[in-house]
Design a protein around this ligand. Structure first.
Ligand code: ARG
Length: 461
C-alpha cells in the first residue's frame, strides 16, 4: 500500500482525480535535501525532549543520512503514489529505519511548518546564487565601461537624441539597477532569516520541543515569533518574486537597447557569433535572440509574480492548500534567470561596440542645444531667454537642413549678438561631455560593481 501521511479517518483512498490534482512531487522534490536537513534538526529536539532515546536518535540519524545519500545519488526518487516531497521522504525513512522508529519523526511538526521552512531555506540559497549571477553581469558592464574610455554616444530621452554622454556613463546606468537588485536580495535575506519549524499546523505543539534550536541547526538566526503567521505568511516569497521580476525588467531594458543598437540603421554594435542565432530560411540573418528572450521572459517573470500575489490575495489565516501554489512561480523565475543571466552576461561581454559610428551620430539631431543655452547662462543671460535663443538656432538649422556646428558666425550673430563665436567652444561633443563633471554627470569609478560584490559578501570579492 502507498504510504500516506493521513488516512485514519478515511474509509478508502483518494480518487484518481484527487490524487492527480494533489500531487506536487514534480516540483517540490527539489526541496528534498532541505527537508531531510529539517528532519535531522527535528530529531535532535525530539531527542532532547526525551521523545527519542539515545539508541533511537542514533538510528534515526543514520537512517536520515542514508536517505540523504540516496536522494543525492538519485537512488531514491518519489513514486507516483507519493503526494508530496514530505510523503515521499517519510516512505524513504520508513524503508530505512523501520516502521516503529520511522513513525516517530513526525511528532510535533506538520507539513505546514515544514514546507515554508524548506522554502525559506531554498530561497535564501537561491538569492545568494542569483546575486552572484547578477553581479557577474554588472561586472562585465563595468569592464566594458572601463574599456570604452572617452567614447561617446547620443543620450536619448523619448528615444530622440537628447544630449551626448559617455558610452561608459550609459553602460554603467544599466549596471546600477542590477546592483540595487543585489542589494534587494541581501535585504530580503533578513526577512527570510526566521524558521517557522515548530509552528506545527498553526498552533505549535504540546511536546516541549525547542523551535529556536531547530532554527539554529538550519542556519536561521531565530524561529518565527508567531506560529500562525509562521505557517500562513508568504509575503517573503512574494518579495523574492518581485526582485526576480525586477531583475527580468532590468535585463529586458538593457536587451531592448541591444536589439536597437544591433539594427542596420543604428549599427552601434555587433554581437559575437557565439551569442547570436541564424535563420532557417534567410542565409544572411544573424539575430539577437538572447536579447529577445530576455525581453520575452521579463513578461513571464512578471506573470509569475502576479500569479503568486493573486493566489495570496484574500486568503484567511492560517494554512490553506492554495499556498501550495506559491512554489512553481518562484521556481520558474529561478530556473529562467539561471538560464538567462549567463547568456546576457556573455552577450554583453563579447559584443563589439562601434564607437566611431556612435561618435558620428552623437552630435546629430541638435544634441548640443542645451550646451549653447547653458553657455549663454554662464554669460549672464536668463535661462528662459537662453532657451529661446538656442531654440532659434535649431529652427534656423532645420530650415537650412544642417547641424548646429555648421552655423556661420554671421548666422549666429543674426540670431542674437550675444551668440559670439566663442560659443563654438561648447559646440563639440567632447567639450559637452567634459563639462558635465558634477556628481551623477559622469561615470564614477568603474570598480563600483566589485565593491558591491564585496559588500554582498561574495567569495569572489
Ligand atoms: N504540499 C503542501 C504545500 O506545498 C504542503 C502540505 C500541506 N498539506 C496539507 N494538507 N496541510 O504547501
Amino acid at each position: 500500500d502507498p504510504v500516506a501521511l493521513w488516512g485514519g479517518r478515511f474509509a478508502g483512498g483518494p480518487s484518481q482525480a484527487l490524487a492527480a490534482l494533489s500531487v506536487s512531487t514534480q516540483f517540490d522534490w527539489r526541496l528534498a535535501r532541505h527537508d531531510i536537513a529539517g528532519s535531522k534538526a527535528h530529531a535532535r529536539v525530539l531527542h532532547r525532549a526525551g521523545l527519542l532515546d539515545d539508541q533511537q536518535f542514533t538510528d534515526m540519524e543514520a537512517a536520515l543520512e542514508r536517505l540523504d545519500a540516496d536522494v543525492a545519488s538519485g537512488a531514491f526518487r518519489p513514486d507516483p503514489d507519493d503526494e508530496d516531497v514530505h510523503t515521499a521522504l517519510e516512505r524513504g525513512l520508513l524503508e530505512r529505519a523501520g516502521a516503529d522508529l520511522g513513525g516517530r519523526i513526525r511528532a510535533g511538526r506538520s507539513r505546514n511548518d515544514q514546507i515554508i521552512t524548506l522554502l525559506r531555506m531554498y530561497l535564501r540559497d537561491e538569492a545568494r546564487a542569483l546575486a552572484a549571477d547578477v553581479l557577474d553581469l554588472a561586472e562585465v558592464l563595468a569592464r566594458r565601461a572601463g574599456e570604452a574610455g572617452d567614447a561617446v554616444i547620443a543620450g536619448r530621452t523619448h528615444m530622440q537624441h537628447a544630449q551626448p554622454v559617455l558610452l561608459a556613463h550609459h553602460l554603467l546606468a544599466h549596471a546600477w539597477p542590477l546592483l540595487r537588485d543585489v542589494d534587494r536580495l541581501r535585504d530580503l535575506d533578513r526577512r527570510l532569516d526566521a524558521s517557522p519549524y515548530g509552528s506545527g499546523a498553526l498552533a505549535g505543539s504540546t511536546l516541549g520541543l525547542d523551535p529556536q534550536a531547530v532554527a539554529e541547526d538550519l542556519g536561521f538566526s531565530e524561529s518565527v515569533p508567531n506560529s500562525i503567521d509562521g505557517t500562513a505568511a508568504r509575503d517573503v516569497v512574494a518579495e523574492f518574486a518581485f526582485v526576480a521580476a525586477q531583475i527580468g525588467v532590468d535585463l529586458s531594458r538593457l536587451s531592448e537597447e541591444v536589439i536597437i543598437w544591433n539594427t542596420r540603421e543604428f549599427g552601434y554594435i555587433t554581437l559575437d557569433d557565439s551569442y547570436s542565432t541564424g535563420s532557417s530560411i534567410m542565409p544572411q540573418k544573424k539575430n539577437p535572440d538572447i536579447a529577445e528572450l530576455a525581453r520575452g521572459k521579463a513578461g513571464r517573470l512578471i506573470g509569475d509574480l502576479a500569479g503568486l500575489m493573486s493566489s495570496l490575495k484574500a486568503l484567511p489565516l492560517a494554512y490553506a492548500r492554495d499556498l501550495q501554489e506559491d512554489k512553481e512561480p518562484v521556481f520558474d523565475q529561478i530556473d529562467q534567470l539561471h538560464l538567462l543571466l549567463p547568456a546576457v552576461t556573455g552577450m554583453m561581454g563579447t559584443a563589439v561596440f562601434h564607437t566611431d559610428r556612435m561618435a558620428e551620430m552623437a552630435p546629430q539631431g541638435f544634441s548640443l542645444a542645451t550646451d549653447i543655452a547653458e553657455w549663454l547662462v554662464r554669460d549672464g543671460v536668463p535661462f528662459r531667454v537662453a532657451h529661446e535663443l538656442s531654440g532659434a538656432c535649431v529652427r534656423e538649422c532645420e530650415t537650412q537642413g544642417k547641424e548646429l556646428a555648421d552655423l556661420t558666425d554671421a548666422e549666429l550673430a543674426a540670431i542674437d549678438p550675444r551668440l559670439t563665436p566663442q560659443v563654438r567652444e561648447v559646440m563639440t561633443v567632447a567639450g559637452s561631455v567634459r563639462a558635465r563633471n558634477g556628481r551623477g554627470g559622469r561615470p564614477p569609478s568603474v570598480s563600483a560593481s566589485s565593491s558591491a560584490r564585496c559588500a554582498a559578501g561574495s567569495p569572489h570579492c
